[in-house]
Design a protein around this ligand. Structure first.
Ligand code: SF4
Ligand code: SF4
Length: 414
């Protein structure tokens, strides 16, 4: 059977590929296997063959599509501007429609009903915090153990959802911050830092209660109806803000794509926290923090670098915080986290994670900056506590807070 959904890859998207192969060296799964069917060109050819009725959405098609990390490194280097991410989302939507399986239904339930449910995430967070406190992580099954080992210490934080933070003076505008499915419970210090920095720049920051999970993971797994529903909820929740900001690169990339999922998309512009903070430093709304703080390795999340094409911003933020950013991977290959990929393809994920961790350690820096929670967990799991991992905005906020403390204690001593 050829394609059956309106999300399917289109002739226009697929015919943009001229089969030049320039994307191949940038594709992690092609580099690991050397197989054409595990590279972007082969995957696009398979999608075209189904469109032409030469192939069907069968097991082999499922394997070729499911093995893709959706890192979009191929898209970023493609001279034909093939919208690979969109085509792959379409192929996954077809798999969801044409090859229903128990495993896919379980994933749909988790991505569509568990992740967007704050109460269930709260329960899962509580359970994980107990496992952390009792140091029972080693007893978890393999595919879950690695992400679990990459978690920050949980518990003891007040949620930002339903709250707002005000600047010292009249606000220059209102920012709606995406709480994220797990960002608020698992990465609270990143939200604290983002809100601290944005209010210091003069913004009122609100974290609307009515918002939900961004839907990126559901979209990547082909669950179209769920993705649309989540996008609709968020569009309404953020109707009254001037800017929508996310401090999780994977979420921001998906929010920027909302006009595909709901009519008109967001009314407000969407910005990644790194992008906005770098701009606020550039325009003098936020200061260059005095002092030198040593080196920091920079990890480029795929959905920051390849999907949003943001590379300068995290480095500028780190420099403004007094750090010397170190490059670790000129090829910017995926770290292997890739949403739920680490659970679905643990071996490949581990191989890519170990590669990235050795690049980080090879830099000699005592800390690595990553602007995406999935990458952060993958790095922490593979670095095994050898060096610290933090969001670039978090490092800037720490430096700014320390410098303010320093200034006020010095003025107090005078
Ligand atoms: S996807 Fe782009 S880079 Fe890759 S083979 Fe096709 S045209 Fe070339
Ligand atoms: S999205 Fe990433 S893994 Fe998938 S084909 Fe492109 S480069 Fe390869």
């Amino acid at each position: 059977m050829a394609y059956v959904t309106s999300e399917a890859p289109t002739r226009r998207e697929l015919s943009a590929c001229v089969q030049c192969g320039l994307c191949l060296p940038h594709c992690p799964t092609f580099r690991l296997t050397g197989r054409e069917s595990a590279g972007p060109r082969g995957r696009l050819m398979a999608m075209s063959a189904v469109l032409d009725g030469v192939l069907t959405v069968d097991e082999a098609f499922d394997d070729a599509m499911s093995y893709c990390l959706q890192c979009r490194a191929c898209e970023a280097v493609c001279p034909g501007l093939v919208p690979f991410g969109r085509a792959m989302e379409g192929a996954r939507a077809e798999l969801d429609a044409q090859r229903p399986s128990t495993r896919r239904s379980v994933r749909k339930l988790i991505l569509g009903s568990v992740l967007p449910n704050r109460r269930l995430i709260g329960l899962a967070t509580f359970g994980a915090s107990v496992v952390q406190r009792l140091r029972l992580g080693r007893l978890l099954p393999g595919p879950i153990r690695s992400p679990f080992n990459g978690m920050r210490s949980l518990g003891g934080r007040q949620s930002w959802v339903g709250r707002e933070a005000l600047p010292a003076q009249d606000p220059i505008g209102t920012i709606g911050l995406l709480a994220g499915c797990v960002m608020d419970s698992w990465f609270g210090p990143v939200h604290d830092a983002t809100i601290g920095v944005l209010t210091a720049a003069g913004y009122r920051v609100t974290v609307p209660e009515q918002q939900t999970c961004c839907g990126a993971l559901a979209a990547h797994d082909g669950h179209t109806a769920v993705t649309r529903e989540l996008a609709e909820t968020n569009r309404n929740a953020f109707a009254d803000v001037d800017l929508v900001v996310s401090d999780a690169a994977g979420c921001t990339a998906h929010l920027k794509d909302y006009d595909h999922w709901v009519d008109g998309g967001f009314q407000a512009e969407v910005r990644d926290a790194t992008e906005l903070v770098a701009e606020l430093i550039d325009t003098g709304r936020l200061p260059i923090v005095p002092g030198e703080r040593g080196t920091v390795a920079v990890q480029d999340p795929c959905h920051l670098r390849h999907a949003q094409r943001i590379t300068t911003a995290p480095r500028s933020i780190l420099s403004a915080a007094g750090y010397t950013p170190l490059e670790i991977d000129p090829d910017a290959l995926c770290c292997g986290a890739a949403g739920i990929y680490s659970v679905l393809h643990p071996d490949t994920s581990q191989e890519l994670g170990a590669r990235k961790a050795s690049q980080v350690l090879g830099s000699g820096a005592p800390v690595v900056a990553s602007a995406n929670p999935g990458c952060e967990m993958q790095l922490r799991s593979h670095l095994d506590g050898k060096i610290a991992v933090a969001h670039p905005v978090e490092l800037y906020w720490r430096a700014l807070s320390e410098s303010r403390l320093d200034t006020s204690s010095r003025s107090g001593a005078l």
